[in-house]
Design a protein around this ligand. Sequence first.
Ligand code: SF4
Length: 749
Amino acid sequence: MTELHYRTCPFCEATCGLEVETSGREVVSVRGDARDVFSHGYICPKATGLKHLDEDPDRLRIPLVRRAGELVEATWEEAFAEIDRRLPPILAEHGRHAVAVYLGNPNVHNMSGSLYTTVLVRALGSHNVYSASTVDQMPKQVSAGLMFGTMLSVPIPDVDRTDYLLMLGANPLVSNGSLLTAPDIRGRLRALRERGGRLVVVDPVRTRTAQAADEHHFIRPGTDALLLFALVNVLVTDGLTDLGRLSEHTNGVAEVAQLAGDFTPEAVAPACGIDAATIRRLAGELAAAPRAAVYGRIGSCTQEFGTLASWLVDVINVLTGNLDRDGGAMFPLAAAGQRNAQGRRAQGPGGRGKGVRFGRWTSRVRGVPETFGELPVACLAEEIETPGDGQVRALVTIAGNPALSTPDAERLDRALHGLEFVVSVDIYLNETTRHADVVLPVPPPSQRSHYDLAFGQLAVRNVANYSPPIFPVADGMLDEWQTLLRLTAIVAGQGPDADLAALDEFVAKTLLGMEQSVAGSPVAGRDAGELLAALAPRTGPERLLDLLLRAGPYGDHFGARPDGLTLGVLETNPHGVDLGPLRPRIPEVLRTPSGRIELAPEPIVADVPRLLAALSRRSNGGMVLIGRRQLRSNNSWMHNLGPLVRGRDQCTMQVHPDDAVRLGLADGGHAVVTSKAGSVRVPVEVTEDIMTGVVSIPHGWGHHAAGAKMAVAAEHPGVNTNVLADGSQLDPLSGNAVLNGIPVEVAAV
Ligand code: SF4
C-alpha cells in the first residue's frame, strides 16, 4: 500500500513543497505539492534527491572509528567512547581554542542542525569556529548587520510586485534563488516581464537568467562595487534621490553622497567594462521606475569588495525610496527565531537595538577579525599548521566538506591530515570526513523533521511550513540532535553517558530565558516553568521550534493570543500556512543602536579608499577565473546521486571563442589552469556566453580522493576549482574568500 507525505525540500533555498509517495520503507516517487501555499507544485530536478539519498548504498548508516589507521564500523557506544577518550585531553592540555568546528552549508537546510550545532558551539567555547558562510554570503550579512542591526536583516527583492529588477552576480534560474527564497523564480521573473516590468542582469556570463532578461551587461569580475557606486553618483548628482518616508529613519545620507563623488560613470567605466552612458541610463531607470529593486548575490559577494558591493546594493534601494516598500527590497517577517522580530523596538529616538559588533577576537596567525562569532575559513589551514599557543589540533566537522569547498583546498587537505583528532558528523565518507578518526552518521532527510528557520527570513512571501519525518529513524541510527547533544556533553566535560534528557531540558530553558530577556518580548515576565510545561510532552527540536513559533510575531504567545501560531497549527496544515505578502517593517525591523538605518556605517566608510585605489586598475590582458552555479548540483553534496550527475561532464571550463583561439583551446579538449595557489586540468567548453578575458569553472567537484567512499561521484570526479583560490585574498570587512576574479594562466594541454 502506498502513502502520501508532504514535506519541504531540503536541497536549496527555494523551500519547495514536495509530495512524497512511499511504500513501506521505500520512497516511490517525489512530485511537487500542488497545494503547497508557497511553491504551488513547482520543483526542480534536485527534488528527487530525497529518494536517491535514501537509497544511496554509500550513505553512512553505522559509525566509523579509526583503528590501526583504518576507518572501521563501530557501535555508537564505541564511537562516543573514542571521542571521549581523545577530545577532552586536547581541551584540557591545550585549551578550548585548540578544537575547531567547521559547519557546512547543509546545516542551514536542517532543523536539528540549525538548532543544536549552536548548542555544541557554545559549549565548546572555541574561537576557532568556521563555516561555509565565509565562502558565500558573509559580506551581505555584514552589510545588513551594520545598516539594519541583525545578521539576517537582509532586504529581499519583492519580485512578485516590482516593476524593475537590477540583478548582479546572481543566476536564480539555475540556483533557484539565494538570499532570495522564491520557488519557481523563473515563473516569477516571467510574470514580472509580462506585467510590463523590466529585468536587467549584470554578470560576466550571459547566464540562463541573463538570457531570460530584457537586458544583460557583461561586467569585469570584481568590479560590481564600482558600478554600484557610479549608480549612486548619478542618483546624487542628477538629483534623482528620493528617500520618501525613509528620510526620517536614515542616518548618513550626506556622507554617502560625498563618498560617491569620485565614482563617476566615466571614472568606473574602463574598469568595469560598462560604458558611462549605460550606467547613467540604468540609474535614471531605477529612479524613474514606480517600484524597483537592486539585488546582488554570490558573484557580488565572493569578490575583493564583497561587503562594499553588498552595502551599495541597499544604499541604492534606500536612495531611490525602494527599501521597505511594496515592489522594492523588503524585510520578510519570519515566524520563528529571528532577532529582528524579537521583542519591541523602542519608540522615539535612541532605539533599542544592540546592533552588531565584529572583531571581538582575531585569528591567531593572520589577525583577521571574527564576524558573527566565526573566523574566515580561509584561515583554517594556517591555524592548523602554525605551531604555538592556540594552535588548532582537533576539528569537529558537521555536514561540511571544506577540503573541496574552501580556498587553498590542497593545503587544507594536507593540514586536515596532520590533525591530532577529527570528528565528523556526516552522511558520507567524503574528501573531508576521510580524515576523521570518528565519523558519526546522520539520518537522511526522509527520517528527519524539518522547518526552515533561516529561509523564512529571506522569502518573498511570509509562510510557515513544518515537515514531520516521513519514516522513523532507522534502527541503529541516532537522531542528529541527539548526536549533537552527546558531543555537547563530551566537550562540556559530562562524558558520553550524560543524561541527554536533562541536557535537552537545559537547552530549552536557556532558549526560553533568551526569549524572555528581550525587552518587549511577549513572554517576558511570564513564569518559565509554566511556559515549559505548556510545551510538554515535546522534546528535542520540536520543543524548541514550538517555543520559537509561540513566542514569535505570529505566535499564540502561550495562550495570550489563542488564534496564534503553534507547532500544532503547522502540524494540521501539511501544505504550510500562508502568512501573507511582505509588508513594510521600518522602523519596527531596525535593531541598530540608533534605531535608524545606518547608511554610512563607519567600518564600511573606512574601506572606501581601498575601492578608490582600484579605480585606476586596468586589466593586464590576463585571464581571470569565476565560479558558476549548476541546476543539478548544490556545492559538493549531491554528486553521489546518479540521476543528478548523469550525462555529459558538468565540470568544464567555459571560455569565449576569441580567447579559445588566442590560447589554442578546442571545445572538448583540455586546458591547464594555473593560479598563484595551484593548478588543475579541466575539459574546455567554448561558448559565446562568457565575456572575453574570463573563464568559469563550477565549484564542489574534485571527487578523486583516496579513502572517500562515494562511488558515483568518483565516476564523475571533475576538478576542484578551490585549489586555484588563494586563501590569502579576503574581503577585509567580512573575511569572505575572494573566489571571483582570480588571476589565472590558461594553457592548452
Ligand atoms: S528548487 Fe530547491 S527546494 Fe525546490 S525542488 Fe529544487 S532543490 Fe528542492
